[in-house]
Design a protein around this ligand. Structure first.
Ligand SMILES: Nc1ncnc2c1ncn2[C@@H]1O[C@H](COP(=O)(O)OP(=O)(O)OP(=O)(O)O)[C@@H](O)[C@H]1O
Ligand SMILES: [Zn+2]
Length: 721
């Protein structure tokens, strides 16, 4: 058989058939280069019977040009790609592209030239060269990447190579990673940890699909416990994938992994240099990289010998991708485990209701760690009713929290204040004329960032310098900040306890893995007294001297009114509370709220997680919401408002009529303008058993739209804006 079918990476084309020239070997999964008109395209050989296409007569078939020097995408990964395309109503090629995530890796191994400082510094330097020298310490990368880091042109750097300030280094992109040693530093596990670990290890050894919900309170040692399963997989000669929700968490994970296994694992995330990406992808594909820790995109790496998947902090919503292929990495991880026939561990102290429900139904095995490791107790939780205990005018920290902060400082212990809002203030207006700063590309207010003296949109990244005068009425010094952001809270802390060393931790300050590492280092060495942070500091971290957690505004997350608002609030506050008192010294948590009577606040105060989840489960059941019913969204957008509206109306006008499917809209999306595109949404609610995907596919397939219109389908949406 020398006819092959290829999945090609061109949005406008379906699968194409080609001929395999004499002497060339391909198999399903092979990555090939094929001609398309005068151009060349990359394709993946696929089983023809699984990928219908129009048959081309044999004499018209063009031969493929060559096979790329990488192993074929393994069959379980091909099945996963098909499943994702089908489940998330996405083009197969768009999903497959996520597996071929390093184009350099596809071209083969070989060497890359990178550059680094030599230490030689001429006496006279241009300002640009000085800037480059300042910023390139400890960096080694290609000229293009260094230019980005240093903020100078590639020409400047080339000049520096010529004068010996920078030197070339040849890097072999196929050099292997050091191997983790499963027995490097084994820990004695507590009886609860042992019980859970044994179950997971048995499943790893049996090499069978088994999802586990590792449900352990904060500080119970979930990481140490699943490390046992990782160890068993390495020993069995298999590869392991650990998914983390954020790059910021990777740093402390790398350290802990190294302490247990002797070397750091291979990491995979969006800020890898291209040479690191190429090396990691190839080492994974050849089965050489043993343990990979990564963000959700690591899920599509071509592991040939996977033995275990771990999803840590599995409840995190950042596992949901909200553009391109809109998938949920937690769910896709379970499916990959299914196709690979390996166990999948979902670890969390605050599991998603969906995951608990799967455990209830017997589909996941629930392993419980009911207590903190080493005898530490869970922190005491107190509610601060803001209606009775008001902060001073223009302040946000109420007297009980002020007192607690001062006390910690006197005792030399650390505090953490949590507010999930970046910047100084969420809204800025003119005192004189009432003008409000709005994003030109989005229906959203600009957020003041005082540290960088800018007003920024948190949706599209649009930024302007904070003006001296109101752009509307021209008054000078008339801008007022409304409401708090973390920067404002940090200022307030500095006023309350001026001697305290305050660290602001948000995605604006922890901008790289190196910055994250620096923060962890400082906090662990007690060079920080008070941490003020967004959701970035709520999970994963383990600082033994941190004994006070203050939640500035527990009501904030409840305002949006979205399906998961209460659950998310519970998770966020329980996680941040879980940072307190993790070692010998007991922890205390103060939660500021105007609604102490709200079910979620009451549950947090009493620590009665089960009651909260039960009530929430009943509410979801009544509403036909997940996991009992299905939601899906269709989002229509265009830069032209009328065009978007017309397309949404056309979709609405052909809505199918089913008894068990309810279709709402089209209506302008709550965020009706985003990144310059006008948006309309339709929401679909269906009973669990009905096939929402099939309904949507058949509904949208016959419709045609102008080229400027985008129609996105979001199955199991998390975002309702
Ligand atoms: N068996 C053990 N031997 C030694 N140290 C342990 C053991 N189990 C846990 N620890 C230590 O206890 C601390 C808390 O454990 P870990 O961070 O794994 O908890 P966790 O359950 O992941 O918490 P969270 O969900 O809050 O992130 C860590 O410093 C960890 O190294
Ligand atoms: Zn914007």
């Amino acid at each position: 058989m020398n006819r092959i079918r290829c999945l090609v990476f061109n949005a406008a084309l379906g699968p194409l058939d080609y001929r395999v020239p004499e002497g060339v070997e391909v198999e399903p999964g092979s990555v090939v280069v094929a001609p398309l008109g005068p151009r060349q395209i990359i394709g993946v050989v696929w089983e023809a019977e699984r990928l219908p296409a129009t048959e081309v007569p044999a004499n018209k078939l063009r031969p493929i040009l060559h096979v790329l020097p990488v192993p074929p995408l393994p069959a379980p990964l091909r099945r996963l790609i098909e499943w994702c395309a089908d489940y998330y109503v996405a083009p197969l090629a768009a999903v497959a592209r996520m597996a071929l995530s390093s184009s350099a890796a596809l071209r083969g191994g070989g060497t890359v030239t990178e550059y680094r400082l030599t230490g030689h510094e001429p006496a006279r330097l241009t300002p640009q060269r000085l800037q480059a020298i300042d910023l390139l310490h400890d960096q080694q990368a290609t000229i293009r990447e260094l230019a980005e880091i240093a903020g100078v042109s590639e020409g400047v750097l080339r000049g520096m190579v010529n004068t010996g300030i920078l030197e070339p280094v040849l890097v072999d992109s196929d050099r292997p990673y050091p191997e983790p040693d499963p027995h490097f530093a084994e820990h004695d596990l507590s009886p609860d940890q042992r019980g859970a670990a044994d179950r997971m290890v048995t499943a790893v050894k049996a090499h069978e699909f088994q999802p586990f919900l590792l449900d352990g309170v904060t500080g119970s040692g979930k990481t140490e416990t699943y490390f046992e399963a990782v160890s068993a997989a390495i020993e069995a000669g298999r590869q392991v994938l650990v998914l983390l929700p954020e790059i910021a968490l990777t740093q402390s994970f790398l350290k802990r992994f190294e302490a247990r296994f002797g070397v750091a694992p291979v990491s995979w995330h969006s800020s890898l240099k291209s040479s690191e990406r190429r090396r990691a992808w190839r080492q994974v594909a050849f089965g050489e990289a043993k343990v990979v820790v990564g963000a959700r995109s690591a899920l599509f790496l071509p592991f040939p010998r996977l033995g275990l998947i771990v999803v840590d902090e599995a409840h995190e919503i950042s596992f949901k991708q909200d553009d391109g292929v809109r998938y949920n990495a937690r769910d896709v991880a379970v499916m990959r485990g299914h196709f690979e026939k390996v166990p999948v561990i979902l670890a969390s102290a605050t599991p998603a209701l969906e995951s608990l429900q799967m455990a209830e139904a017997g589909r996941y095995e629930r392993l419980v760690l009911p207590a903190r490791f080493g005898g530490a107790s869970l922190p005491e939780i107190h509610i601060v009713d803001l209606r009775e205990k008001q902060p001073e005018r223009g302040r946000w920290i109420a007297p009980p929290l002020v007192e607690a902060l001062k006390e910690r400082l006197e005792r030399g212990e650390q505090s953490l204040l949590f507010l999930n809002r970046r910047g100084y203030a969420p809204l800025t207006l003119c005192r004189h004329c009432g003008f409000r700063f709005q994003c030109p590309n989005c229906s959203a207010w600009l957020v003041e960032h005082r540290l960088s003296r800018r007003l920024a949109c948190h949706h599209c990244g649009h930024e302007v310098p904070t003006p001296e005068r109101c752009p509307e009425c021209g008054e000078p010094d008339c801008l007022v900040a409304c409401g708090p952001g973390v920067e404002r809270i940090a200022d307030e802390v500095a006023e309350i306890v001026p001697e305290a060393r305050v660290a602001l931790v948000t995605s604006d300050t922890l901008t790289s893995p190196a910055k994250a590492a620096e923060f962890v280092e400082m906090a662990a060495n007690k060079a920080i007294d008070v941490i003020v942070g967004t959701q970035l500091v709520t999970k994963g971290y383990h600082f033994p001297d941190l004994t006070l957690v203050g939640v500035i505004d527990a009501d904030m997350g409840l305002e949006g009114g979205d399906l998961r608002a209460a659950e998310r609030t519970y998770q966020q506050i329980a996680q941040v509370a879980g940072r307190a008192g993790r070692a010998e010294k007991p922890g205390e948590v103060l939660i500021q709220t105007r609604h102490p009577e709200a079910a979620v606040i009451a549950a947090l105060a009493s620590g009665d997680r089960d009651a909260f989840y039960e009530a929430e489960t009943e509410a979801r059941r009544d509403a036909g919401a997940p996991p009992f019913g299905r939601w899906a969204a269709i989002i229509v957008s265009s830069e032209d408002e009328a065009e978007a509206k017309e397309a949404a109306r056309a979709i609405g006008g052909t809505r199918p009529d089913f008894n068990d499917v309810m279709i709402l809209g089209p209506a302008p999306a709550p965020l009706s303008l985003l990144r310059g595109r006008y948006r309309y949404r339709l929401l679909i609610n269906a009973r669990r058993s009905s096939e929402v995907q099939k309904v949507i596919r058949e509904w949208l397939e016959p419709l045609r739209f102008p080229p400027g219109v985008r129609v996105a389908v979001d199955i199991d949406p998390y975002s309702f804006v």
